[in-house]
Ligand binder design. Structure first.
Ligand SMILES: [Zn+2]
Length: 322
């Protein structure tokens, strides 16, 4: 909920914390974006914050820094500040509440935001609110980058008092996305995933691509307003990351202070404390951002035809009609 400034009780207004919410369907490049934005001074990237309860707390998976999330100082301090400590939380109970944040509840969440009742009517929103408060207090960040991707989490964020929420809707050619979902990708979480990331079939991946992008373009945009919503094409980010990062810093009304220095498409990545995401979130050091368009050479023509048909009409709206 956008209230211009929050009074600090002494007649002086303090700037609100901002949330840059990254929405989109999987394999659209959100992890790369999250990694890059986490390098900007005053920004903290949390990765897919939605999964902190299930994967970070319940399953004991790793933080982006490489330590188990339950032992990472950034997260233990965050949970201490927000809830009085990790042990004070029952993550299973929060995971159950997250059911109210599924994509099918997006319209209900939007109505709650419009009625300014989001934390009263949707209990999960209260956890999200306190978690953002804890992240802000622990890191001192002015901008929290949450790349949970789900439409409903973005809508709920927009309804939280004390936060100015911006949404970057990341999209990628549906043929590239479908191709990527079919590939075997190694993961660090061998115990829980059997060593590879989940794979999704061509038809399902494209149907969800269609639904996700339509819901985000309609409801998430409506929740934050036109001025706080922007579409970002993966292909644009991969081709010119330096310009995209600059644009996004301006989009959230921040000064272009200390930000990652690019040499062409190469950038130096420092450790981030991401809660969950694609294995690329563990990457540090000199990293080249390159356009992954392997599908153009390796995807059979019949598969491209199926995806092109199933992705219509959203593909045209997102300029992937060619
Ligand atoms: Zn960490």
């Amino acid at each position: 909920m956008v209230h211009a400034t929050a009074p600090d009780g002494h007649g002086v207004s303090t700037a609100m914390t901002k949330v840059l919410y990254v929405a989109g369907w999987g394999r659209s490049g959100t992890t790369i974006l999250d990694n890059l934005l986490g390098q900007v001074e005053g920004f903290v990237s949390t990765g897919e914050l939605h999964y902190v309860w299930e994967r970070g707390l319940r399953q004991g998976r790793d933080c982006g820094c490489g330590q188990p999330l339950r032992e990472c100082e950034t997260w233990t301090s965050t949970f201490a500040s927000a809830f009085g400590g990790i042990e004070a939380i029952d993550p299973s109970a929060v995971v159950r509440l997250q059911d109210s944040a599924r994509t099918r509840h997006a319209l209900r969440a939007l109505r709650a935001v419009r009625a300014d009742r989001v934390t009263r009517t949707i209990p999960y929103a209260r956890y999200l609110h306190r978690l953002y408060d804890g992240i802000g207090a622990t890191t001192g960040a002015r901008v929290i980058v949450d790349s949970s991707k789900y439409p409903t989490d973005g809508i709920l964020a927009a309804g939280l008092e004390g936060y100015e929420v911006f949404v970057v809707h990341m999209v990628r050619d549906p043929r590239a996305v479908a191709f990527s979902w079919q590939r075997f990708k190694p993961t660090r979480d061998k115990k829980t995933d059997g060593g590879v990331l989940k794979r999704v079939g061509l038809v399902r991946s494209t149907m969800v691509w269609q639904v996700y992008n339509a819901v985000i373009a309609r409801t998430v945009k409506a929740a934050v307003g036109d001025e706080h919503y922007q579409v970002l094409h993966y292909e644009q980010l991969a081709s010119d990351p330096a310009t995209v990062v600059d644009d996004l810093i301006r989009f959230v009304k921040e000064a272009p202070a200390a930000k990652p220095v690019f040499a062409g498409n190469e950038v130096e990545l420092k450790v981030t404390h991401t809660a969950s995401g694609n294995p690329g979130r563990f990457r540090t050091g000199t990293t080249a951002i390159r356009l992954d368009d392997e599908w153009r050479n390796s995807m059979p023509r019949w598969q491209r035809t199926i995806v092109t048909m199933l992705a219509f009409p959203m593909s045209v709206r997102l300029q992937y009609g060619g």
